[in-house]
Design a protein around this ligand. Sequence first.
Ligand code: GTP
Ligand code: MG
Length: 219
Amino acid sequence: MPENSSKIIELNEDLLENNDRLAEQNRQSLREYGIKSFDIVGAIGAGKTAIMEILVEKLSKIYKILVINGDVATRIDADRIGQHGVKTIQVNTGRECALNSYHISQIIKNVDLNEYRDGILFIENVGNMICPSDFILGTEKRIVVVSITEGEWVVRKHPLLFKMSDIAVINKIDLIDVMDVSVENMVEDAKNINPNLKIFTTSATVGSGIPELIEALDL
Ligand SMILES: Nc1nc2c(ncn2[C@@H]2O[C@H](COP(=O)(O)OP(=O)(O)OP(=O)(O)O)[C@@H](O)[C@H]2O)c(=O)[nH]1
Ligand SMILES: [Mg+2]
């Protein structure tokens, strides 16, 4: 192996090790304040923000909620969530295709976590099925969201993200009549990749499956 390649591999390993260490610190800090945390990963346009809008609308009546939205360039998602009356922080990642634990640690340092004591932190990652696999953020649970419009094979094609998640959501179920996909096969693929996954089929448009998803957050 050329010397440069081994240096690049070492650098990547360092990067991931640092990310894991910071993620653990994030986890500890959030636990200290009794904050339940969830990061939502998944395909571009699968409905991550739409689902979070419903969760925030329902849960903000009971809990203090902080939301971090990762996006390459805009603050559209943070503004959408902000309309539901909760505090949102937008992170623009520029050329980076996922949030990492450093982004979250910087926010945790600068926010008064006491304001969210015993509350909830939701983090929406950049829409991407590959990059977030490498970077844990230090949350209690990871939720992966895909939708039937990405095709029946979207689960099988991205096993890592499903392996690293606790909850899987298959969204846009209201479009089943116009999509030639088998939701049963998608669910089966997710189960085969990770037998511990809790799997939900939802429609953010009509709200189906959302009460079951909230139940699985174990708040
Ligand atoms: N029919 C239908 N449309 C949906 C559903 N969920 C979201 N959409 C639509 O899909 C589009 C994308 O939804 P978003 O919530 O922005 O998806 P996202 O995963 O947050 O997208 P990015 O943050 O850009 O990756 C929007 O036009 C939504 O209205 C659903 O359950 N059914
Ligand atoms: Mg979004």
